[in-house]
Design a protein. Structure first.
Length: 175
């Protein structure tokens, strides 16, 4: 049974701490995701070779400065242009989910992508509001129930907010 643990980090340092602790506890980097608003506005736009999203749904981001530390730890970094919401920076399996059909659907945006990952709509709306305020959504996917407990402890230990665990029908894989 596939599950993902999600939580909100309120600072870049907190998000980096969660990612590093997940990695040091044996969670695969390819199973860790981070989503945050692109508030820098100074990124160079390029093409993400790892995504299979429809053309125009995602663009790459040259990571440096604010995002270099946290997203430099993860593969598949890209900037998502979500109509009406502005740019987001994503890495990991969450990028594949958000750059697919859910984001392209009218009004789908971040909420639609998160619901598509198995997050209940009310929690997806809460995450969306927190992201709009500049927070970071960090997630880790696992197939083992004991790993879920370990991940939740890492999130709690780092002081993450709105921690939730969701069951997934099929977790998106970063390509």
């Amino acid at each position: 049974m596939s599950k993902s643990v999600f939580g909100i980090a309120t600072t870049q340092g907190q998000a980096e701490q969660i990612v590093r602790q997940l990695q040091s506890q044996g969670f695969a980097t390819s199973e860790i995701s981070v989503l945050m608003p692109d508030t820098g506005g100074t990124r160079d736009v390029g093409h993400v070779k790892a995504t299979k999203a429809p053309e125009g749904a995602t663009t790459g981001a040259t990571t440096g400065g604010v995002t270099g530390g946290i997203l430099g730890l993860l593969a598949g970094v890209g900037a998502l242009a979500i109509p009406g919401l502005g740019p987001f920076i994503a890495a990991g399996p969450i990028m594949a989910a958000l750059s697919g059909a859910a984001v392209g659907a009218a009004g789908g945006g971040v909420i639609g992508g998160l619901v598509g990952l198995g997050i209940p709509e009310i929690e997806a709306k809460r995450y969306d509001e927190k992201l709009k305020k500049g927070n970071y959504l960090v997630a880790v996917h696992t197939d083992e129930s004991e790993d879920v407990d370990r991940a939740e402890e890492i999130f709690k230990g780092a002081g993450a907010e709105d921690i939730s665990t969701v069951r997934e029908a099929a977790a998106p894989k970063a390509s």
